[in-house]
Design a protein around this ligand. Structure first.
Ligand code: ADE
Length: 244
């Protein structure tokens, strides 16, 4: 997979080397290219030079903040997006990022992350690339507002790259982890069997694989009921969690 990140803070992504992704890059499963958006801002739309390499302007219609310029983003993405590439625009106004979406993106030949700052990117940018035939996804990490798309892009990159076929050392851990089956993962324990008066559940030391599997599934359901009832189908919800 080829990953391209366009940002005004390229240095932010130096941490890609130390995350899990470092292994995928070493194994040549992922090629990463980090681009400074300002490299495309030296010449204004009218052809005159811009020593300040301006990437934003005030919003049409008024209001607070600045909007990132379509002409600068257009030049950058024309250079970076390849045929078959998916354009991912992190934004709190996007569709939710989920494990299912991460799995879907893990098979794309190229992902281009367009990291906006300020009040976001001129809305014609995603519209243009969708009309040009690219798959364009405006994606939100969650219901809160970050200062820009960089942190969100980083999180999505980590979630996606570990799912690239051939990347994870232990494929079983992907099958068992939180969200893989729509439930939260069961609790895990290691030695010592007793710590500060807290004992590891007996069943885990029984060696009885059937019982262990059943216990883990029940724990997953219980955790999900308590912490994320929105993930459960109504027949798994207890009466206290069902809407009246
Ligand atoms: N940019 C700012 N906030 C964001 C969020 N919650 N998700 C994705 N991108 C963002």
């Amino acid at each position: 997979m080829r990953l391209d990140i366009v940002t005004i803070f390229p240095e932010f992504f130096s941490a890609l080397d130390v995350s899990l992704l470092g292994k995928a890059r070493a194994a040549e499963l992922v090629e990463t290219n980090v681009h400074d958006l300002r490299d495309w801002a030296a010449i204004r739309a009218d052809g005159t030079p811009d020593v300040h390499r301006t990437v934003d302007d005030s919003p049409f219609g008024g209001g607070a903040g600045m909007v990132m310029k379509a002409d600068v983003w257009g030049k950058a993405l024309d250079d970076v997006l390849e045929p078959g590439g998916v354009l991912v625009v992190p934004t709190p106004a996007g569709v939710p990022f989920t494990q299912a979406l991460a799995l879907d993106l893990a098979t794309a030949p190229q992902l281009v992350f367009a990291c906006g700052r300020y009040e976001g990117i001129d809305a014609r940018v995603p519209e243009h690339y969708a009309s040009a035939g690219f798959r364009v996804l405006e994606v939100s990490l969650g219901d809160y507002v970050l200062n820009g798309g960089e942190v969100a892009a980083f999180a999505m990159i980590e979630a996606v790259t570990r799912l690239i076929p051939g990347f994870m050392g232990n494929a079983q851990s992907i099958v068992e982890e939180s969200h893989a089956d729509g439930l939260l993962e069961y609790p895990s324990y290691t030695r010592p069997a007793s710590w500060r008066g807290l004992d590891v559940p007996e069943v885990l030391m029984s060696g009885h694989h059937g019982k262990i599997e059943k216990w883990r599934h029940e724990q997953s359901e219980q955790r999900t009921r308590e912490r994320r009832p929105d993930l459960l189908s109504p027949d798994l919800l207890g009466p206290d969690l069902l809407a009246p």
